[in-house]
Design a protein around this ligand. Sequence first.
Ligand code: SF4
Length: 271
Amino acid sequence: MKIPIKNAQAYFVYDSKKSGGVTVSHLRFGDSSVNMPWLIDEADFVACHNQAYIGKYDMLGPIKEGGTFILNSHIHATEAFEHLTQEMQEEIIDRKIKFYTIDALKIAEETGLGIRINTVMQAAFFKVSGILPEAEAIELIKKAIKKTFATKGDDIVKMNWASVDKAAEALEKVEIPASITKSFAAPELIPASAGDFARDVIEPVMRLQGDDIPVSKMSFDGTLPLGTAVLEKRGVAPVVASWVSENCIQCNQCVMACPHAAIRGETDCAG
Ligand code: SF4
């Protein structure tokens, strides 16, 4: 099969978190040279890899009229629209955005990849975006998987191949109603009682809008209020460990292994 040659450009914006941190990938593809040294603010396609981002981040803001939105979610396509915020529903209807869901975590678990959903989402992206014909895109992804995981053994390569095949079948198109329906009311990110610094600086940063904070809101001498970490409860992990007290032998290894001291030995092992 003759594979068409495309040019590509990618910028990645990271937050400062470690595990579970947000990465926004800005990808461009084109037949001619792609040399645009700035981030994308009008996208044909946006994929949200975590349902927990709904109501926290502006997922639809950058999508063009008629663009495409894919949501990784365990919620079935027939109910997915109701799990968006009212603002998102209005944006989808007004801008005629096409909306798909995929349960990438389920596929990753079924194929032995655990919580690693990147391969699944990549296959979904190429199926819906139409950048390459689907069969060619899948062939290329599989070749890339083989090259990347060859040293880890055939089993790992086959697990990833299986997740690519399942991704194409698992994509579901969401029927968009003519008007808004019941919707998801996103909880406040920080308590109403939080101070000005939390409202003006911490909350925009938590919403990935830190670039929009005016200089006038920053402290003039660089000092910051203390104890603000308590305000940030991200709740973005797709799977959370549960402490089973009857199994615990009080060895304290979990306390030692947690670099953020999220698990406190002096109280209990549940953190
Ligand atoms: S102290 Fe922590 S690591 Fe040790 S048994 Fe209990 S939960 Fe597990």
